[in-house]
Design a binder for this molecule. Structure first.
Ligand code: C2E
Ligand code: MG
Ligand code: MG
Ligand code: MG
Length: 282
């Protein structure tokens, strides 16, 4: 009967929910040990000058390999770390590690590139955030122009505070970028008040660039950025057609699997070598 089915559905739902909660709790607990047990590493994805395909920077992306659970995606653990506040110490580790690695590459003779680091809004709003950024630069010896911070539109919910922090970062010589641009609830009005350097168009717009309407959207976002004197970057480029459409619309910087996935530091070094060789030839 319907009643019995309903009951069965309920218990099925209950056990499903239970295993989701168990996994979440497990991840929450395991995250506590992840930094000290050195389970995190950063992978790097090149940022490319589209017309020449030359590397002009890289984004650091966090990777977590748990001894029993295996690889856990940022899509799964970052929201949990944000919810529990653990993202603050994890984010500090990421910032310091990315600065150290970038400095090491420079010292090993690679041509200097800017590293982009993702920063969660909770981390961005900590009282000692600017201090942490300063420490990351001082401890690594990295010059500020080689660091960029990627934040999301959600910082606009606290616009006054955010503008102050962005101004301080700019005064320190650090670049800032609005990540996943176009997916949040930012009013275009506020965008012109933000002291930022770059907008990064979200992958969802790039995915649909083949359709006329989406192409018009992307073109409009690019024009907006250009008119506000911002650098415009496209994320998630997977095909030559997408790349051509972007260049045609005046967006000359991008990232995506078409060029490279995010790779481990050793592998990134190898592609940097090829990139440097290309540079010598031009
Ligand atoms: P995001 O910052 O927007 O990073 C872009 C994501 O898209 C990365 O996923 C990247 O691997 C992926 N991606 C890049 N190109 C392509 C492409 O051509 N096709 C497809 N399908 N995907 C592409 P990932 O590494 O899984 O990171 C997901 C999100 O997790 C990031 O989105 C970012 O919001 C967050 N995240 C990653 N690392 C950190 C971190 O260190 N701190 C913070 N706060 N968040 C991070
Ligand atoms: Mg990002
Ligand atoms: Mg993004
Ligand atoms: Mg994205």
């Amino acid at each position: 009967t319907a009643k019995e089915n309903g009951k069965n559905n309920f218990s099925f739902y209950n056990s499903e929910l239970n295993s989701i909660m168990t996994r979440k709790l497990k991840i929450e607990n395991e995250l506590r040990k992840a930094i000290e047990s050195e389970q995190f590493i950063l992978h790097y994805q090149p940022k490319v000058d589209l017309p020449t395909k030359r590397f002009i920077g890289m984004e650091a992306l966090l990777r977590w390999e748990h001894p029993e659970l295996g690889w856990i995606t940022p899509g799964e653990f970052i929201p949990i770390a944000e919810e529990t506040g653990q993202i603050v110490s994890i984010g500090e580790w990421v910032l310091k590690e990315a600065c150290k690695q970038n400095k090491a590459w420079q010292e090993n003779g690679f041509s200097p590139l800017c590293v982009s680091v993702n920063v969660s809004v909770l981390q961005f709003q900590q009282d000692d955030f600017l201090l942490t950024v300063k420490e990351a630069l001082e401890e690594s010896g990295l010059e500020p122009q080689f660091l960029e911070l990627e934040i999301t539109e959600s910082i606009m919910q606290n616009i006054r505070e955010s503008v102050k922090i962005l101004e301080s970062l700019r005064a320190m010589g650090i670049k800032t970028s609005i990540d996943d641009f176009g997916t949040g609830y930012s009013s275009l009005n506020i965008l012109q008040e933000l002291p930022i350097d770059t907008i990064k168009i979200d992958k969802s717009f790039i995915d649909g660039i083949g359709s006329t309407n989406q192409q018009a959207m992307v073109k409009t976002i690019i024009d907006l950025g250009v008119n506000l004197n911002l650098t415009v970057v496209a994320e998630g480029i997977e095909s030559e057609q997408q790349m051509e459409a972007l260049i045609h619309s005046n967006c000359n910087i991008g990232q995506g699997f078409l060029f490279s996935r995010a790779v481990a530091p050793e592998d990134f070094e190898n592609i940097l070598k090829v990139n440097n060789m290309k540079l010598e030839k031009v």
